[in-house]
Design a protein around this ligand. Sequence first.
Ligand code: PMP
Length: 437
Amino acid sequence: MTYTSVGPRGQEIFQGQKDYIFPCVGHLYKEPVVLAKGEGAKAWDADGKEYLDFFSGILTTSVGHCHPRIVGAISEQAKTLGHTSTLYVTKPQVDAARRLAAITPGALNRVFFSNSGSEAIETAVNLACLATGRMEVIALRGGYHGRSTLATNLTGLSSWRPLASTMANVKHARAPYPYRCGHDGPCDERCAEKYAQELEEVIATTTNGRPAAFLAETIQGAGGYIVPPPGYFQRVAEIIRGVGGYLIIDEVQAGFGRTGKWFGIEHWDVVPDIMIMAKGIAGGMPVGATVTTDEIASRWSGKTISTFGGNPICMAAMAETLDIMQEENVPGRAVERGRQLRAGLDALAARYEWIGEVRGMGLMQAMELVKDRKTKEPFAERTSIFMETAREEGLLIGKAGLRDNVLRFGPSLLITEREVADCLERTARVCERLERT
Ligand code: PMP
């Protein structure tokens, strides 16, 4: 097959991928974008085409590609001590943990480092089970928590559950989805109460009544940037704690200033018992973190080890990322630039009927595409074409949602006013082109 949007160098690299990588490793487009270089909010493919990156490796290059300070920290550490395993104590790990504790809410000061969001989820759920002596966990439909067997089973999106349900101990409650809320009236506090009651019902009817934990993302990421109604998290925290379980909050996508606060859950004034972080934590280096209180952490009895967890090079990158984030006040920047991005996307929604909803917080914004605003019939085909057209306009964005009809915008948290304006101009051109088809 000849590729029209991939140049000769890209084609050669992609051929290698097809020859050697698992075929399930997919990409977002009909023909892949083969990336070769990045700098700040820009990325270049192997044949030199430039892109404005508003997906940042799934919200992970949190302070942009190849930030010189992070590159410096990585190089210095690589020259000094590159690996130890968690069996040895290192200053980079302690430095990274101390910086993290400075921004986590409440008494969540104790961390276990691993290498990915999936591993951080495993650690959190295992910790909850070990600490409570219980075995059942409730997650939310529409949620995404990773690719390990346990994380796949905690995930509530069928396309990300290829192993089907092999674990009996996970139950799923219905998640709020204000745009497609089945309840009458606006999706407000009263609606939040109904969803909270559904959690109570799931506990009462599908568990032994003694779950170890309730697990949720603050804003569902792969689900399509769904922001729950006010009051929801306060109520589910009461409910799970009322039956002796823990509240585990997955901040893998929403964490590190992206929503306008250091962590998404802070918008609801709830302090979880266990928090999970990854993606943007180390500016693109692989770090997963499970954070909890002294008391809960002390209940992990028995041995555990992570060979690569707390790796000095990754920890050096993380400490530098958090320093940059503090100095640049990324939560504040996300509020301002998020407002600009949101206003631009709202203006497009006012013009185009097929943009059913714009939603999100800070620099985590999405547009849900529909065929008809009244019926809200999902428009997955247009969403795919939108992605392809955006690529032609040199704009990288993401796609999500149970119905594959949600576009995601999640740029570097250091994104500038000009870059957001540029993204909006390109997005407007995509909309115009789609309107004509
Ligand atoms: N939780 C959430 C909310 C995520 O978005 C992801 C990754 N998309 C994960 C967990 C799993 O992270 P990883 O891919 O690093 O295992």
